[in-house]
Design a protein. Structure first.
Length: 123
């Protein structure tokens, strides 16, 4: 009887730890998939988030805002979004390809700057 009580206790602790590890200020898990709210200021993503992590086949929504007109491009998925200052824009896609992909700004003169990375992990 004690062993089953310990097993139940361990299962509860592991479940609580797993739930806490998925909570973040910058992201939300919805029934449809993963949502991330990102803001670009002075050509950089605001905050400490450096990598957007999802699982293969997740539906991903990245809600962008910016302090000035910014073109963002998700390499590997070939998705480009233009964010106008003060006008939020959403980049939506299904995470079909696994790997690590840069999300860059495309500036004048062909300059590219990596804002953040998308990591798609297998299920």
């Amino acid at each position: 009887m004690i062993a089953s009580g310990k097993s139940l206790w361990r299962s509860t602790i592991f479940a609580a730890a797993a739930a806490l590890s998925t909570v973040s200020v910058d992201t939300a898990r919805t029934e449809e998939g993963r949502r991330f709210d990102l803001r670009v200021e002075n050509g950089r993503v605001v905050g400490d988030l450096k990598v957007v992590r999802v699982r293969r086949d997740d539906t991903v929504e990245i809600h962008w805002t910016a302090d000035r007109r910014t073109v963002v491009h998700l390499h590997g998925y070939d998705i480009e979004t233009v964010i106008e200052a003060g006008a939020p824009k959403t980049m939506s896609f299904r995470a079909r390809a696994t790997g690590r992909f840069p999300i860059e700004t495309h500036g004048a003169g062909g300059r590219h700057r990596t804002l953040i990375h998308l990591e798609v992990h297998p299920r």
